[in-house]
Ligand binder design. Structure first.
Ligand SMILES: [Zn+2]
Ligand SMILES: [Zn+2]
Length: 257
């Protein structure tokens, strides 16, 4: 392991340049799947990444969600699975199923959604417990709520989605005014799906670790930028996810080195 790229707080001037092969190796070995900094790989007896064992992604809606929105989200998920050639995961649409309601309600604080809390609750839910008839899966929850971070209405920080590979969760913050942007929602869904599939960072690698990938500069048009400027993923990020999945297929979900 090259320890020079693990220090996220180094100034840009000290940035390291790594080869594309080194970048791919890090992902194949599961290093960045957990953002490089996580020590735990189990939480309350549940193993990070174990949702993959069920081979299923479930889509739910909460609140006032129009018909077009879940179709676009599903389309974004399917698009990314095709791009990466992942056929181990199937998508099931549950819609406004009552089982999701208590989890979302418990994650609302002063009218705003705490996405980290919701993803944590879904990670521990009994619906994923095989011992009592459940089945492992990831959850995608489309809501008409805003995230707590957007409470102060600073538009430059407006956040439409949050996703995690480790706990297998995607949460979308789509109040009615945002649901009009169907094309952008599909791009958001693609972006969040890349996070869900193991890429828990953004294209601008300097935000997360101080290394650039040789001959693969940060692409400002890549969909993995925070602002989701397009529907296209750059080669660097695509290689990362492909390599991560190569590792999963070779050794299973044991994502921690
Ligand atoms: Zn990119
Ligand atoms: Zn993101």
């Amino acid at each position: 392991m090259n320890s020079t790229i693990t220090d996220a707080n180094k100034p840009d001037a000290q940035k390291t340049v790594i080869s594309l092969q080194h970048w791919k190796d890090l992902f194949r070995d599961g290093y960045f799947s957990v953002n490089g900094g996580h020590n735990a790989h189990v939480e309350n007896g549940r193993k990070f990444g174990e949702w993959l064992n069920g081979g299923e992604i479930r889509i739910f809606t909460y609140g006032a969600v129009n018909r077009e929105t879940p179709a676009r989200v599903r389309s974004g998920l399917e698009y990314m699975l095709r791009v990466f050639g992942i056929d181990e995961l199937s998508i099931k649409f549950y819609g406004a199923h009552e089982s999701i309601v208590p989890f979302v309600r418990s994650s609302i604080n002063q009218g705003y959604l705490d996405s980290a809390k919701l993803i944590s609750l879904l990670f521990q839910e009994s619906y994923r417990d095989e011992r009592i008839g459940g089945k492992q899966h990831a959850d995608v929850v489309i809501t008409d709520l805003l995230f707590m971070d957007d409470k102060f209405e600073n538009i430059t920080r407006a956040c439409w989605g949050a996703s995690e590979f480790r706990r297998g969760g995607m949460v979308l913050a789509l109040p009615i005014v945002r649901q009009r942007a169907a094309g952008y929602i599909e791009h958001i869904a693609r972006h969040e799906t890349v996070h869900l599939l193991g890429y828990e960072m953004h294209c601008d690698t300097a935000r997360n670790f101080n290394a650039d990938v040789e001959d693969h500069p940060h692409d400002p048009e890549c969909l993995m930028n925070w602002s989701v400027p397009s529907g296209n993923i750059c080669e660097k990020d695509k290689e990362a996810v492909l390599s991560f999945w190569e590792g999963i297929r070779a050794r299973g979900i044991d994502i921690r080195r």
